[in-house]
Design a protein around this ligand. Sequence first.
Ligand SMILES: NC(=O)c1ccc[n+]([C@@H]2O[C@H](COP(=O)([O-])OP(=O)(O)OC[C@H]3O[C@@H](n4cnc5c(N)ncnc54)[C@H](OP(=O)(O)O)[C@@H]3O)[C@@H](O)[C@H]2O)c1
Length: 289
Amino acid sequence: MKVAVTGANGQLGTDLCQTLHNFDVIPFTHADIEIADVVSVREAMLKHNPAIIINTAAYVRVDDCEDKKDKAFSVNALGARNVAVVAQELGARLVHISTDYVFGGEAEPRTTPYTEFDTPVPLSIYGKSKLAGENLVRHFCLRHFIVRASGLFGTAGSSGKGGNFIETMLRLARERDELKVVNDQVFSPTYTGDLARKIAQLMATDYYGISHITNKGASSWYEFTVEILKLAGITTPVVPITSDQYPQKARRPRYSVLDNSHLRLLGMDDMRPWQEALKDYLVARGHIT
Ligand SMILES: NC(=O)c1ccc[n+]([C@@H]2O[C@H](COP(=O)([O-])OP(=O)(O)OC[C@H]3O[C@@H](n4cnc5c(N)ncnc54)[C@H](OP(=O)(O)O)[C@@H]3O)[C@@H](O)[C@H]2O)c1
């Protein structure tokens, strides 16, 4: 069976292409396809006629999206629509990747995990553009899986962000006397290898709709950093700070933990705790044995 993957050399795309080795994978990098251009998407997909399209491609630079609104919406919203329209034309299933940043904008701060049945209220342009993408996918492609993930870390590192948080913290911990890390943004760290394996299982079912797929548990960036350094055996002190002490262009949710309710209702939620996944990541990257 042919499976097309957009963003194939990205953080998640790389792991998907490896995980799906039993399929006839057609990897599309940004050099092969421009999702913001429906002609590019149609031409690329028609050549291969995949049975499943997995769209990981996105404009993921959350702060830059605030200044480049048009780019954010043309890639994350219209790009998602283009892939959905072409998937529907081909009769293909579509797996579209979305984000926890569609949540967090309510007046009353949330303290319990979001399910697929909660109404998204995004805070940032990135979140709004990804939510618009979800809605367009739902409208234009009948057999869709919208997969919301959170705080991704993968051995390939984010192509759009130029690395990942773990590698940055390990480097800074070796360079600096102490690290100051935000403690009031809580999310579900998720290993792209685990996410890719669960997507492979989900796309073989008829369980269409929205699915949250994250590793188990929750963490702030501060707690995540403490665990990274502990596992790596680095003793550099980590100081918790607030988001106000680390101003960023885009507003981020104070709490965007996702509950994998859909998977759980289907008996498919065996996602492991993020701490175990982090350990595997550090081994895979050669930081620990
Ligand atoms: N990273 C996170 O923490 C996180 C959390 C939740 C959800 N997500 C979602 O998960 C998905 C994968 O994220 P990731 O971390 O794997 O990102 P990534 O490493 O930046 O990969 C994204 C890929 O998409 C490609 N791309 C970007 N714009 C494109 C366009 N207009 N047309 C075609 N390809 C394009 C990029 O290529 P170039 O780099 O060459 O442009 C890159 O290969 C995204 O949909 C993202 O919104 C990410």
